[in-house]
Design a protein around this ligand. Structure first.
Ligand code: PLP
Length: 451
């Protein structure tokens, strides 16, 4: 069981408050935007700062103490990630990247000369869609009415096309739907394709097991980032097979990628160095490994149990909100703690604004970089018109929804607060006027922004 008091103590952000509109009392921030980025906890921050203060130095080839210590800490990062995703080493490598997007794009690059198309789910974040469109032929497979993936469509498309790669998210950043990545992997392998799992949303929420390469259900490529797993921004990774990684030219050729360079020739190193041109984010990588250790210590099963309970509680309580319309019809056990909704005809921007300014509740709104999935869930078939209007320079609201996404430190009492505020909004009882931005203040009354 998760020790929620200990966990909250670990996160300085849980103490943050803002003076909200219409009140003289500061109110505790309720942070429900973990799907976008998570705050580093103290354990991770301390490790990060300690490294920068005491060991800051470039890695590899330095014979001085700082470089040797930095190198050792950095090289251990790979080990930690391998263990965290239960990966076996000899046949695979982990390449450190800046974010999930660059890891996903790297996969598209690595696979670009393979024969066949990339099959992309309609549920994908743009970061696991657009890179593939840029690197070759693609096709989408669909989603069911409830927001889950249509695996029959996937299988039919695998049968009827030469597919080299299936690109799929481990869990949706819109509905939280958790995909059966091993079943999808088995289908992909059966038809001679590889699988790329976007684990951006999964990493901090569910135990990942990429399985051995000779298991039909194994994951070929897996991408994820620290900034959604309680590490600071700027550090992410791609896990992938050496038989692909080491046969392709470096993603970013340059310093660190070679064994030797002559005036007329060069020989590249094997992975990960091969694809890590330039100085890596050493401090960020060390912090990422520390955050994975933190998650392991808290226990992924405990974290998951807490999330399921909280999500179930929230789904039940949200039924009390008049006019609420949830996107996707998914039980708590089958989803992450991600809930996306609209309230009647109210604009998503207005709802998010009111929650922020009047209740210090941090949500995200819009289309969550998953426009095709949003269009499907909203039942809108005007995507081509939207593109035409935008191309003509027109500025307008493309619609969307509001998302709450839970992290490790959220509580039921925070859910209660959200529900009460959503009821207030549904009853059109908000206080400020929102044609201008409402003023808001931090705890000391310092004005941050004004109408
Ligand atoms: C499912 C999913 N994939 C990819 C990304 C992009 O991640 P990053 O910002 O680390 O590039 C996100 C970010 O929200 C995401 O939710």
């Amino acid at each position: 069981m998760l020790d929620i008091n200990y966990i909250r103590e670990e996160f300085p952000i849980t103490k943050k408050c803002f003076q909200v509109y219409g009140s003289t009392e500061p109110k505790n921030l309720i942070y429900l935007d973990h799907g976008a980025s998570t705050h580093p906890c103290s354990t991770v921050l301390n490790k990060y700062i300690d490294f920068i203060k005491n060991y800051y130095s470039n890695v590899h080839r330095g014979k001085h103490y700082l470089s040797m210590i930095s190198t050792e800490l950095f090289d251990r990062v790979y080990e930690t990630i391998f263990n965290f995703i239960n990966a076996s080493k000899p046949d695979n490598a982990i390449v450190l990247t800046a974010n999930t997007t660059s890891a996903l794009d790297m996969t598209a690059w690595l696979m670009k000369d393979h024969d066949g198309i990339t099959l992309i789910s309609l549920m994908e974040h743009h970061s696991n869609d657009l890179p593939h469109r840029h690197r070759g032929e693609t096709m989408h497979f669909g989603v069911n009415k409830d927001g889950s993936l249509d695996l029959d469509d996937l299988e039919a498309k695998l049968k009827n096309n030469k597919v080299k790669l299936v690109a799929v998210t481990g869990a949706s950043n819109v509905t939280g739907y958790i995909n059966d990545i091993h079943k999808i992997a088995e289908l992909a392998h059966k038809h001679g394709a590889r699988i790329l799992v976007d684990a951006a949303q999964l990493l901090a929420h569910r135990q990942i097991d990429v399985k051995p390469n000779d298991d039909p259900q194994h994951i070929d490529f897996l991408a994820a980032a620290g900034h959604k797993a309680y590490a600071p921004f700027g550090s992410a990774f791609l896990f992938g097979p050496r038989d692909v990684l080491d046969r392709v030219q470096p993603y970013t050729p340059g310093g660190g990628t070679v064994l030797f360079v002559s005036e007329h020739d060069y020989i590249y190193a094997s992975s990960p160095d091969r694809h890590q041109g330039g100085t890596p984010n050493i401090a960020g990588a060390i912090a990422l490994a520390e955050s994975l250790n933190f998650l392991s210590k808290a226990g992924l099963d405990n974290i998951r149990q807490h999330e399921v309970e909280l999500t179930e509680y929230a789904l039940n309580r949200l039924k009390e909100v008049p006019e609420i319309n949830l996107l996707g019809d998914i039980a708590a056990e089958d989803r992450l703690g991600v809930i996306t909704f609209n309230i009647g005809e109210l604009s998503n921007g207005l709802v998010a604004d009111i929650l922020n300014h009047e209740a210090a509740i941090a949500t995200r709104n819009g289309r969550f970089c998953a426009h095709p999935y949003l269009s499907f869930l909203l039942g809108r078939d005007d995507s081509e018109q939207i593109i035409t209007r935008l191309r003509s320079g027109e500025k307008f609201d493309i619609g969307g929804a509001v998302r709450i996404s839970f992290g490790i430190f959220n509580t039921e009492s925070e859910v209660d607060d959200v529900v009460e505020n959503l009821k207030m909004i549904a009853n059109r009882k908000w206080k400020a006027k929102y044609d201008n931005d409402a003023a808001y203040f931090d705890c000391k009354g310092v004005q941050l922004s004004a109408s």
